[in-house]
Ligand binder design. Structure first.
Ligand SMILES: Nc1nc2c(ncn2[C@@H]2O[C@H](COP(=O)(O)OP(=O)(O)OP(=O)(O)O)[C@@H](O)[C@H]2O)c(=O)[nH]1
Ligand SMILES: [Mg+2]
Length: 286
C-alpha cells in the first residue's frame, strides 16, 4: 500500500476545492479506462466529498473553504497501470491560510506535522487573478507617458505603502515553498504539479503551454523552481476542472449535455487530455 499525502497549496480562489470535487466525481464514475479508481469505500466515505461533488455535478460553484476548518479528505484508490493501492490524503485548506503564513511568519503545529508527512504538492494558480500577472515597468512607463508625464518623473505614479494584500501571489507562493524547504528534511526532491486552473478561460487567448504561461506571467516562481531542483521537481499542467465558466449559461448548458466525467480537461505541454488524474499520477510515480 502506498500512502500519498498531497498538499493542495494555492491562494484563495485558485481552484483547489473544485479539483477535489471533480476528482471525487471521476473516481466514482463509470468512465472506461480510468487511471485511478475507487478501491473500497472504506477510508473514503466522506460527507464533505459528497457535498462538493454534488455541487460540481450540478455545475454550481463549490463552497469556499473555511479558514478555520481544514477538511481532511481521504480517498482509497487503485492505480490502473499496476493495481497498486494508492491512498490519497488531501487536506483541503483555505487559500487564506497560505496568505496568513506569509504575513504572520508562523503556522500551527498541525500544519507543521502535515508538512513533515507531505509526499507531493499540487500548486494552484488562478490565471484570472491580476496578482498572478506580472506588471512590467515598461508598461507602467507607457501609462505614465499616456497620462502626460515623462518616464523620468514619478508625478503621476501613486506609490502605495507595502501591504500583504497588494503583494504579488508569486512572492507568497515562493515563500510557501521556501518555508516547506526550511522545515522539512528533503532527501529526494519533492514533486510539484504546478496547476494553472481555469484553463478553459485562457485557452481562448491562443495560449502557449502551461509552462510558458508561468514563465511569462510568474517569472519569480518559475525561476525559483528552475533553480531549486535539489528540493523541488516541477511539472506544469493547465487544468479545467469544471470544463467551462459557470458564469456563462451557454457553456453550462453544454456541460449538461455531456457525461460529467467528460467535462474536465487537462492541457499538457503539447496535447489536451480528458483525464483529471494526470497531475496526481505524475506525483505518485517514482
Ligand atoms: N472557468 C473556470 N472556473 C473555475 C474552474 N475551477 C474553479 N473555477 C472557479 O474558481 C473559483 C474558486 O474555486 P475554488 O475551487 O473554490 O477555489 P479554492 O482554491 O478552493 O478557494 P479557497 O477555498 O477560497 O481557498 C470558483 O468561482 C470556481 O467556479 C474551471 O475549471 N474553470
Ligand atoms: Mg477551497
Amino acid at each position: 500500500m502506498n500512502t500519498n499525502r498531497i498538499l493542495f497549496a494555492g491562494m484563495y480562489d485558485s481552484g483547489k476545492t473544485t479539483f477535489i470535487a471533480a476528482l471525487w466525481a471521476y473516481v466514482n464514475s463509470d468512465k472506461k479506462g480510468k487511471h485511478l479508481k475507487l478501491n473500497t469505500l472504506a477510508n473514503s466515505e466522506n460527507e464533505y466529498l459528497d457535498t462538493i461533488r454534488e455541487e460540481w455535478l450540478q455545475c454550481k460553484k463549490v463552497t469556499r473553504t473555511n479558514l478555520n476548518k481544514t477538511e481532511n479528505v481521504k480517498m482509497n484508490l487503485l492505480k490502473e497501470s499496476n493495481s497498486e493501492n494508492v491512498i490519497l490524503e488531501i487536506p483541503d485548506i483555505s487559500g487564506e491560510l497560505f496568505s496568513n503564513h506569509f504575513q504572520l511568519r508562523e503556522w500551527t503545529t498541525e500544519y507543521d506535522s502535515l508538512i513533515h508527512q507531505v509526499t507531493g504538492i499540487l500548486l494552484f494558480i488562478n490565471p484570472n487573478d491580476k496578482k498572478n500577472r506580472t506588471e512590467f515597468i515598461a508598461d507602467s512607463l507607457e501609462i505614465v507617458k499616456g497620462l502626460g508625464g515623462t518616464p523620468e518623473s514619478n508625478d503621476n505614479v501613486n506609490f502605495a505603502a507595502w501591504s500583504e494584500e497588494h503583494t504579488s501571489n508569486q512572492v507568497k507562493l515562493v515563500e510557501t515553498l521556501q518555508f516547506i524547504e526550511a522545515r522539512k528534511d528533503i532527501v529526494e526532491p519533492i514533486k510539484v504539479s504546478v496547476i494553472v486552473s481555469r484553463w478553459d478561460l485562457i485557452e481562448a487567448e491562443d495560449c502557449p503551454s502551461p509552462e510558458q504561461w508561468i514563465q511569462t506571467n510568474m517569472p519569480l516562481l518559475y525561476q525559483y523552481l528552475k533553480c531549486n531542483t535539489n528540493y523541488f521537481k516541477p511539472s506544469y499542467f493547465g487544468v479545467s476542472a469544471q470544463g467551462c465558466d459557470y458564469d456563462n449559461q451557454n457553456d453550462v448548458n453544454r456541460m449538461f449535455d455531456i457525461e460529467p466525467f467528460d467535462r474536465p480537461f487537462i492541457r499538457l505541454e503539447n496535447e489536451v487530455v480528458k483525464d483529471l488524474t494526470a497531475p496526481i499520477i505524475w506525483l505518485t510515480e517514482k
